[in-house]
Write a protein that binds this ligand. Structure first.
Ligand SMILES: Nc1ncnc2c1ncn2[C@@H]1O[C@H](COP(=O)(O)OP(=O)(O)O)[C@@H](O)[C@H]1O
Ligand SMILES: [Mg+2]
Length: 292
């Protein structure tokens, strides 16, 4: 497709209506982003005030967070969930965000994914500043670029696995088919089963298929194995790692379980709302090699 001009406000001024109405506009937006990514690749990298350990990375930063704080005002008490977070997530990497309960992991992930906004600081997604946008632009960002997986699967009980995934593929720009998405997580044989006919791990894999079916640029997983036993948790982690490898989706997995960090490319440790360590993992384990 060759277009004569690029819409400068493309992504974040798109209408939110059904796909048949917006198809042309969506194509323009996609083209705009591909052009942006192309330009990014061919132009010299921007100089960002990055922490020392990030300067060694050569991959494209997908997210750049600077000075993020989040304070919850609870009347008498103010809860400081984030106290100045600086980090980057890079294209195609598998990152574990590790920290104890209450350290700010979910708050951080929700801000990166556009579900919440920081009290101060900035989040950049590629070359777009997420912290400048309004609610509607964050919604479009989430819809077009982010897949979420939570501890609980949130499947619709009256729909089969295939139909749960179809809810996303029917409105996405360039989706996998539900069959392809379910095959990626090893559930091809169970496509026509309802959630009640599936185990917890299988339901979580349907939720993963649903999250990745739109080919998101980033997959954000908040304690995806939190409700599962060890064996089932490993199968779910295998599915997430498989998607990361096959689709090249930048993946961040929140956990308080140090063992899981052994399968990450990088481990970002949080404590009390701050990043207290960023480690490169030179000897990644597969999920099935984990032992806990
Ligand atoms: N909506 C909220 N309102 C008030 N406090 C919150 C809210 N969400 C999180 N917090 C507080 O912020 C801190 C960090 O929470 P969270 O990001 O959920 O941590 P984690 O995911 O690491 O367990 C905790 O002290 C928590 O109680
Ligand atoms: Mg949490």
């Amino acid at each position: 497709m060759k277009l004569s001009r690029v819409e400068p406000a493309g992504l974040f001024s798109e209408c939110g209506g059904p796909p048949q109405i917006c198809r042309e506009q969506r194509d323009r937006i996609r083209y705009h982003w591909l052009r942006k990514i192309d330009r990014k690749a061919s132009s010299p990298p921007k100089v960002l005030p990055v922490p020392h350990d990030e300067k060694t990375m050569t991959a494209t930063p997908v997210f750049t967070a600077r000075g993020l704080t989040k304070t919850y005002d609870m009347g008498e008490v103010q809860v400081q969930a984030l106290r100045g977070i600086d980090l980057q997530l890079f294209e195609k990497e598998f990152v574990v965000l590790l920290g104890p309960s209450g350290s700010g992991k979910s708050t951080l992930l929700n801000i990166l994914g556009g579900l919440d906004v920081p009290t101060s600081g900035t989040v950049q997604y590629l070359d777009h500043n997420l912290t400048e946008g309004d609610e509607a632009s964050l919604t479009r960002f989430r819809r077009d670029h982010v897949g979420f997986i939570f501890q609980f699967y949130n499947l619709i009980p009256s729909l089969t696995a295939r139909e749960n995934v179809s809810l996303v593929t029917e409105i996405a720009l360039d989706p996998l088919t539900p069959e392809e998405a379910l095959d990626l997580v090893g559930l091809k044989e169970r496509m026509d089963h309802f959630p009640s006919q599936l185990s917890g791990g299988e339901q979580q894999r349907v939720a993963i298929a649903r999250a990745i079916a739109k080919r998101p640029d980033v997959l954000l997983c908040d304690e995806p194995t939190g409700a599962l036993d060890v064996h089932t948790g490993i199968i779910v982690l295998e599915a997430i790692a498989h998607v990361n490898r096959e689709l090249g989706t930048t993946t961040a997995v929140i956990t308080h379980n140090q063992v899981i960090s052994q399968m990450a490319d990088r481990v970002i440790s949080l404590s009390d709302g701050q990043v207290v360590g960023i480690e490169q993992n030179d000897h990644k384990l597969t999920a099935s090699e984990l032992n806990w």
